[in-house]
Design a protein around this ligand. Sequence first.
Ligand code: NAD
Length: 493
Amino acid sequence: MGIFKRQTSFINGKFLPSSSKRNVVTTSYPATGEILCELEEANLEDIAYAVESAEKGFRIWSKMKGAERGRILLRAAHLLRERVNSLAEIEVYDTGKPISEAVSVDIPSAAEAIEYFAGLASSLHGDHFDLGKSFVYTRREPIGICAGIGAWNYPLQIASWKAAPALACGNAMIFKPSELTPLTALKLGEIFTEAGVPDGVFNVLVGGREVGKELVRHKKISKISITGSVPSGKAIMAEGAATLKKITLELGGKSPLIIFDDAKLDSAVSASLLANFYTQGEVCSNGTRVFVHESVQKAFLEKLLSRTRNLKIGDPMDLSTHVGSLISREHLEKVMRYVKLGKEEGAKLLCGGEIPSWEEKEARFRKGAFIEPTVFSECDDKMTIVKEEIFGPVMSVLSFKNEEEVIERANDTEFGLSAGVFTQDITRAHRVIAEMQAGTCWINNYNITPIEAPFGGYKYSGIGRENSLAAIEHYTQLKSVYVEMGEVDCPYP
Ligand code: NAD
């Protein structure tokens, strides 16, 4: 039943045979509500099998030379690039995002992460400390079995951002994609195996938060990296305490984008559109609080509105579509509630906020989860739409008078994932960014996440970093070895 065949977990280099002992759930294509596939959720037996095979895989993989691991990972990245179109199509079916994004960002950025860490695999090293005669050296060793838990907005990218450093450092990984979007992570499992990753080194468990919880509780799993919401991050940290898990949390945000009066306005408008409407606004680092200096607000809004109205909302599989479907009807209802709250609390709705009316030839999208890109102005800091993460295409435009004021207001949130500043004044740009309580910042651009740069949050937006050399710290442990070259100096007779 569905567009794709029934899916099972990928363990020890193979898909599990179907079994009546597992709970079966279905996923759907968000744009039309059609059944996408049936999923057999991993049960306790499957989780035990995944851990057992990860242990075996780890013993082989961790003993291989970094260069050898790197070579295999590069082959996997190559396969991803070769299959970009078919993987992008699957990603669109799972998420409802426009295929132009999946082809140009989702799949290539997954490949890029694997290439980057494949390159680093051969240069992982420790240090040497000379103590005169004796010395100390350090070894950077893998942690063991790591679990990755993914969100639904960038399924393959998230799986790759976690798998690439984990595997490059010699760990095994058990990955649990979001229950809503499991298909490309399963494909990644197949691709790793095809590229030569030993069986058990990368397993994919299909299922919901119960499967995630089992991974967090498991004694043989040493590390958890989750991309998800703040409440899930808190729950995982609390649950993981019992087994002292090493933890990376990539959580939500409500980030500020500050546009000063000397900003290049067209670029600032482009960035505001990208920071709110890319992937229908379902991006953790989005700059959803757009602070615009009062003297340029009118000009900014004119440009913004004319470009927002030009965005093409529609068939996610059409390359010319800019805005696809939200992940589900349930999520659509949540976003619509925020739009209603925005109006009730006094923000001015300038455009969007409605479910599109589909012509007869596009009637199939009536069962989808589409909402028009939405812009509110005259927002104030206390409004619910300005304080809470909506995770949909809803932009709040706020006005400010001076630098000191906007810094304070931008930081007045429990989140701290990202921040952006637009100004031509180089001194002000660096001064303001230095004050931002956020882990990932941009000057005169927004939402660019090169693999070379650490990515992660301050405050409630997370703990630890993904990407870059910083990720190596989170997927290895350091062993110090003292080497005595003389006699043991002992005070005892
Ligand atoms: P979610 O927190 O509901 O679920 C994320 C994953 O965690 C899912 O796989 C889910 O099954 C699992 N999970 C939930 N509770 C769990 C628990 N107690 N124990 C173990 N596993 C558990 O998030 P979502 O709705 O899938 O994604 C949207 C959220 O993710 C947003 O808040 C968004 O900002 C955030 N996000 C953050 C980043 C980042 O890099 N910082 C990137 C993408 C999305």
